[in-house]
Design a protein around this ligand. Structure first.
Ligand code: GLY
Length: 379
């Protein structure tokens, strides 16, 4: 679907894409053999060594597949395949970390394997994607109608907004196999999330705890945000992008309407700087920001703009471009002193603030490619 953007914005996108290509050409070679999460003194770490089942271990592969899809440079494909094979140890449980996997297998194997399969039709990648989809489907609580987020018996009833971004793995499994059960689970979870996680004003809570037998809400928790009742900005972003993706895969209008409602709230909350605070309902001072929330929300808003009537498109597209321009101007590093592009991502309100985080770069590059008109979507 074509986006209508101005010549000035198009020139800006082309310039940013040139910078991404130069930086990634250098950084990808330097990072060969690693699966990075963050930088240490400017250099990417190898998160796999510390935690092979860590939820972000697909994003580096995702960046490499984005670069391969747009440049055709085989170097990126080779590096991405190495990462995918390295992660087999986790997927097949060979190192014992299989039981450490949780609902984020969608984030992981969509970008490790489904991306590969979509681009190259590699049958081994298809199998990996389906194994991950079966793992995710098995986390569905039938009485409750939700997918359990993390592991441990105490948290079996916890469902979180982030899970929405993992649902495309289930939609893909149905599209790939023809079995409707994967999509049914995804839709049941999306419906339950719409009912209990999204508030009337368009803000979302991070965590809802359900009774595992009856499916009733026990309580909500602030999770990675400021506290209970607050509004963690990356959670808002997961909701915007997650619901519009559920709309794209199901054409259920209510998902698009919710994505729009959360986007309106997000747009209102960033109208001063276009760079999100970590939590939109937290004290004014100190000012803590999360650039990753901006990049993810921009991806979601660009997708919304493709699916709303003509006269609505500009609100979402303009907002996405404003966010990305602010991020590029103030928060991107284009030197070779730092391996990461986007700076000042934040893990949560209470820890891991203002650091580079791999998914910030992934979603920033994805957003720029969307604006560039690349038709590729791994989700
Ligand atoms: N999915 C966890 C996070 O967004 O930090």
């Amino acid at each position: 679907m074509m986006l209508k953007i101005s010549t000035e914005d198009q020139q800006w996108v082309d310039t940013v894409w040139e910078k991404i290509k130069i930086k990634m050409n250098f950084v990808s070679k330097k990072t060969a053999g690693k699966i990075p999460y963050t930088t240490v003194n400017g250099t990417y770490d190898d998160k796999f060594l510390e935690d092979p089942a860590w939820w972000t271990n697909g994003f580096w592969s995702g960046i490499l597949w984005l670069m391969y899809s747009e440049t055709g440079n085989e170097q990126y494909k080779t590096l991405a395949e190495e990462v995918e094979t390295r992660m087999d140890e986790v997927l097949y449980g060979l190192d014992g970390s299989f039981e450490d996997l949780y609902h984020d297998v969608g984030f992981m194997w969509m970008l490790l394997s489904v991306a590969n399969y979509r681009l190259t039709c590699n049958p081994k990648s298809r199998v990996r994607g389906l194994i991950a989809a079966n793992h995710l489907a098995a986390r569905f609580n039938i009485n409750g109608g939700f997918i359990t987020a993390w592991n441990s018996k105490e948290r079996e009833g916890w469902s979180i907004i982030d899970t929405l971004m993992n649902l495309p793995l289930l939609y893909w499994a149905t599209e790939e196999t023809g079995y409707t059960r994967y999509r049914q689970i995804a839709q049941a979870h999306a419906d339950k999330t719409a009912e209990n996680v999204v508030r009337d004003d368009g803000s979302v809570t991070h965590i809802v705890e359900y009774d595992c037998e009856k499916g009733e809400v026990i309580k909500t928790l602030g999770g990675q945000g400021y506290g209970e009742g607050s509004s963690w900005s990356r959670g808002q972003s997961w909701a915007i992008y997650g619901f519009v993706l559920s709309y794209i895969h199901t054409l259920n209008q209510s998902y698009l309407d919710i994505a729009k409602r959360v986007a309106h709230y997000f747009i209102a909350c960033i109208s001063d700087t276009y760079i999100p605070r970590i939590d939109f309902r937290s004290p004014e001072e100190p000012v803590y920001i999360d650039t990753t929330a901006g990049a993810i929300a921009a991806c979601g808003m660009i997708e919304i703009s493709k699916h709303v009537p003509e006269h609505e498109k500009n609100l979402y597209l303009r907002s996405a471009i404003n966010i990305l321009k602010a991020l590029e101007k103030e928060q991107c590093d284009w030197t070779v002193k730092k391996d990461s592009i986007l700076q000042n991502g934040s893990e949560s309100y209470s820890s891991g603030r203002h650091k580079s985080i791999i998914y910030g770069d992934y979603y920033f590059i994805e957003a720029i490619l969307k604006l560039k008109g690349s038709g590729i979507s791994f989700w």
